[in-house]
Design a protein around this ligand. Sequence first.
Ligand SMILES: NC(=O)c1ccc[n+]([C@@H]2O[C@H](COP(=O)([O-])OP(=O)(O)OC[C@H]3O[C@@H](n4cnc5c(N)ncnc54)[C@H](OP(=O)(O)O)[C@@H]3O)[C@@H](O)[C@H]2O)c1
Length: 339
Amino acid sequence: MARALNVVVVGVGAVGVEMLRVLRQRRFPAAGLTVLARSARRIEVDGVSYEVRTAEPGAFEGARLALFAGTEGEKGAAVTLAGEAVSRGAVVIDNGADFRMDPKVPLVVPEVNPDDAARHEGIIANPNCSTIQMVVALWPIHRRSRIRRIILSSYQSVSGTGRAAMEELREQSPLVLDGRADEARCAAYPHRIAFNVIPQIGSFGEMGYTTEEWKTRLETHKIFHDDSIQIASTTVRVPVFNGHSESVYIETEEPLAVEEVRRLLAAAPGVVLVDDPAEGRYPMPVEAAGRDETFVGRIRRDPDVERGLHLWVVADNLRKGAATNAVQIAELLLGRRMF
Ligand SMILES: NC(=O)c1ccc[n+]([C@@H]2O[C@H](COP(=O)([O-])OP(=O)(O)OC[C@H]3O[C@@H](n4cnc5c(N)ncnc54)[C@H](OP(=O)(O)O)[C@@H]3O)[C@@H](O)[C@H]2O)c1
């Protein structure tokens, strides 16, 4: 008899809480649910109370699925505990960057490369939030005519940094409005985020690009199975609580009519076309927040490049950019009887 589908969620920060919400909203058929974090306590999400236990290896006993939304790095939850979960028979779906570029770990967006999930050896990685929404929007176009170049400029919300950064924007905003900007505490970012725009996400590295900017390049290559696509990004933090926006410029092998691109996107899974600028309709974070889809609009031909197109892409980074994508991967495995 198949073992019960016991689920463990690791982390109850911005993504972890959304994970609990998405599991419930999508009626994921968990037989049991264990919630772990650094410290034990009780939390309430949408009126439902959850007991949070301290994360330790024994907590994965009997688990079939472990959804990781803890912090990244050497002392983070995924590095210290993912192996413990896998050795006890769980499939790990990790939201962080620790395993994304490991050749043995599939990097999966269900609308784009669902078959990669089947190759897992215990761990499946969720891509970075800014990558996920971009590839969901570009995949239908890439399938019609290969995309050979992408230039991305992102406008990323503070929830992408987690709970502490959301709190910082909340604290700083009234101080600035009060004329007391010099009292604003800056811990989550190197500069004040309230009423500001910071052209740095992650740390600076190779060729002057940030770690976030390299992620969008390397992850897109891995998900599309095409390392030859030219990709350059500028990723920017903006004082928006939730929802990432992206200006995406692409060059396809063949010139595509804007109307055809609109039709492709309107029919694409997980995409909502919002493209009626004359009526003031285009995607915006306030409308994407709380939704699972990726919203695309402002589709237009580049005035000078025949094969060049511009798009505006918006999604809820905590949902499609993290929790929803992870739960969709779990649903995919379930649908293919891979648990
Ligand atoms: N925010 C986004 O839009 C987004 C998108 C894609 C991917 N991600 C990734 O998702 C992960 C979570 O991000 P977040 O924004 O939710 O962060 P967050 O708000 O800072 O929350 C982190 C959570 O992880 C827990 N945690 C930290 N270290 C742990 C450990 N060693 N063992 C167990 N639990 C641990 C914390 O426990 P306590 O509550 O007890 O402190 C907290 O609940 C990160 O890897 C992030 O890069 C985030």
